[in-house]
Design a protein around this ligand. Sequence first.
Ligand SMILES: Cc1cc2nc3c(=O)[nH]c(=O)nc-3n(C[C@H](O)[C@H](O)[C@H](O)COP(=O)(O)OP(=O)(O)OC[C@H]3O[C@@H](n4cnc5c(N)ncnc54)[C@H](O)[C@@H]3O)c2cc1C
Length: 546
Amino acid sequence: MQYDYVIVGAGSGGCALAGRLAEQCPDATIALVEAGPHTERNLFVNMPLGVAAVVPFRRKTNYGYLTTPQPGLGGRRGYQPRGRGFGGSSAINAMVYTRGHPLDYDDWARLGCDGWAFGDVLPYFRRAEGNERGADALHGADGPLSVSNLRFQNPFSHRFVNAAVEAGFPRNDDFNGPQQEGVGFYQVTQRDGQRWSVARAYIYGRARPNLHTIADAAVLRVVFDGKRAKGVEVMRGGLTETIEARAEVVLSAGTFNSPQLLMCSGIGPADHLRALGIPVLHDAAEVGRNLTDHVDFTINKRVSSAQTIGFSLRGFAKMVPGFVSYWRSGRGMLTSNVAEAGGFLKSRPTLDRPDLQLHFCTALVDDHNRHMHWGHGYSLHVCVLRPHSRGAVTLASSDAREAPVIDPAFLSDPRDLDLLVEGVRLSRRILDAPSLALCGGRELYTRHGQTDAELRATIAAHADTIYHPVSTCRMGGDEGSVVDTQLRVRGVTGLRVVDASVMPTLIGGNTNAPTVMIGERAADFIAATRRATPRQALAGEPVRVT
Ligand SMILES: Cc1cc2nc3c(=O)[nH]c(=O)nc-3n(C[C@H](O)[C@H](O)[C@H](O)COP(=O)(O)OP(=O)(O)OC[C@H]3O[C@@H](n4cnc5c(N)ncnc54)[C@H](O)[C@@H]3O)c2cc1C
């Protein structure tokens, strides 16, 4: 099989790129190759509350990775769910639509990523966004990624927002508006009460004859002609085949699997590759390095009210009308994303932007919902927005179908634990404010009056990811970076990386929308390269992409 472009991975970055590129280059053929299944008809993916079922377990649509034992977490292995199938992680995520702080992108530009300051990326956020609130200077209304207000808001989420205001935090109804700081309800990537994964947004329901989707096909490595990428080797239905790319190969396999595929293809730290018997094509020390993720701690509180989602006879009884309402009109409790409300706080008022994020969940979400409890409750997550700890992704095997070794090195930099302690103390102010305090309840692992040392031990025993790993194929203007500022892999030609792994630093917010923005920008880069490429090269001769 031969195409002009072969995109590996139909996640947030890959779907946005494939859909937009197909539209911009109608004369180009594109293959979007995905290891997992199609998700168009998957009830647990489409129904927002299905998030509670798809995240906790390794399954066909979730890699359910484990990290290496984390010294900062008392030696525990962290859990890293990652979407598998069309939509990638956007098919299993919590649908929260935030972009990070404008200054985060200005930082990218300052670090050498010319053309990636907030003013440069805002048009791409707007182009992607289909916000039901309408367009303004910061928002788009006509883009494919539907952004909606929640159709169902649990009374406890309202209590959380009221309590936070009582505790002195500002109310914010638009975290992507002129000010990020404050507390309120999140907007979500949903349309008509359905999850709007990036596959739904850019791929499904759009007839594009030049875009060919290939499901259940695991890419094993990139194939090269000298140093020029010319296709990918794929395992499908037990058979290995090569899909050729006349113009470019793009890796959009995500923060764990894009560096894995680069290394399996001979691009990475030479010593590590040699140790696994992989011939070195290009010695790139930073492939897999700089892994950064939002480390998060949750205060779980059990309450007697059955208004939150929980396991009880009253809870089960509510599910039946909930299902009917969802089925008939796309409304009701099953359209909840669980993490309905939250906010961005500053640990010190003098900071130029918030350094902590809250997610308020209307259920007892303990250990990614892997530890289930009988009864009802709520959970207040707090995470460190710009952690200093840096981890790495390395190979366990030269076979890309095996899980890579994931070491986020959580809390290896003591500043992250110090800030998380601050975050828990700020969160407690909200829990103690009248609107929530009057509901009573009992905390599962934390308690009032804990000393600093006790709180640090509790954090080490329970903290983990809130699912935003980035930076393992860092973009930069410097030679040490894995990709340049047009996302081209350094040291070879005809190969780009387009997903969350290229972020030079972790932005202060949720990472789906920024990854879609990266996919949108990449489509422009690739279309511009195509326009600049001589016609005869497009007709069959190898295309030299500079
Ligand atoms: C549980 C969870 C909750 C989250 N909640 C939110 C949220 O509420 N809001 C938000 O903004 N962000 C959230 N995120 C983060 C966000 O969804 C991700 O940052 C984003 O989807 C990453 O996009 P990506 O393109 O980098 O990778 P992914 O979307 O993960 O896509 C990678 C794709 O590549 C495929 N692939 C991998 N290896 C291969 C191979 N060898 N061959 C072929 N295909 C391959 C995978 O199967 C996958 O489909 C959450 C993530 C998770 C896991």
